[in-house]
Ligand binder design. Structure first.
Ligand code: TPP
Length: 207
């Protein structure tokens, strides 16, 4: 861990590309579940390779972290990531306190802060006026909340998440480039594929 960079504030964090970092994240994964929030978070997750352990939230903002928390609680041995846009997270800030109070070590929230509701026309969000989501996460009780200083630091934070020492909150300042693909809009297929991929082996199932 590059501890010298760990407390980089938002202003000093590099503006990076969500598609590139999503690929970087996915390349490090094995059986971890990833929940892509509405918006370009899940488009880029889709484009990074359609892993069956990915769930693509279509339609409702702010649900990546709550869904991920449910999966993390049901399967404490599985690493779980929530990928969410800043606009969506701002809709569901209470979830941060819930995640902190549960303290799921296997859960990581990544927020792509592009200061806008990009998918609906790039209307500015409150982060464009200085609202700091990492500071909010810390205030909600998530002590391990950091701005990724650059791509290397992002990779280091993901490595830490993979050791399941969370809950971890990773803020990324994201540029406004378009996503690398578009999620296929087939909710039943998305749900069934995900449930099949993460269902416990028969011996592990609860009675
Ligand atoms: C409750 C709710 N309000 C509004 C919308 C319309 N809507 C869908 S995505 C979106 C913007 C998402 O912004 P953000 O989470 O920042 O992701 P980005 O588009 O920047 O990737 C909006 C306003 C919605 N789907 N649900």
């Amino acid at each position: 861990m590059t501890t010298t960079k760990i407390d980089t504030g938002r202003a000093a964090a590099k503006v990076m590309n969500r598609s590139v970092l999503t690929r970087l994240l996915v390349e490090k994964l094995s059986d971890q579940a990833v929940i892509g929030g509405i918006g370009h978070s899940n488009f880029d997750l889709w484009a990074a390779g359609q892993r069956p352990q990915n769930f693509y939230m279509l339609g409702s903002m702010g649900l990546a972290a709550p869904i991920a928390l449910g999966v993390a609680m049901a399967q404490p041995k599985r690493g779980v990531f929530a990928l969410e846009g800043d606009g969506s997270l701002l809709m569901e800030l209470g979830a941060l306190g819930t995640v902190a109070s549960v303290g799921a070590r296997n859960l990581t929230i990544v927020v792509w802060d592009n200061e806008s509701y990009q998918i609906t026309g790039a209307q500015p969000t409150l982060t464009s006026r200085g609202v700091d989501l990492v500071a909010i996460a810390r205030g909600a009780g998530l002590e391990q909340a950091y701005w990724a200083a650059d791509e290397t630091h992002f990779g280091e934070l993901v490595d830490r998440a993979l050791k399941q020492e969370g809950p971890l909150f990773i803020g990324v300042r994201a540029d406004s480039k378009p996503p690398a693909g578009v999620t296929e809009r087939d909710p039943a297929k998305i749900r069934n594929r995900f449930m099949e991929a993460i269902k416990p082996a028969v011996a592990e199932q609860r009675p």
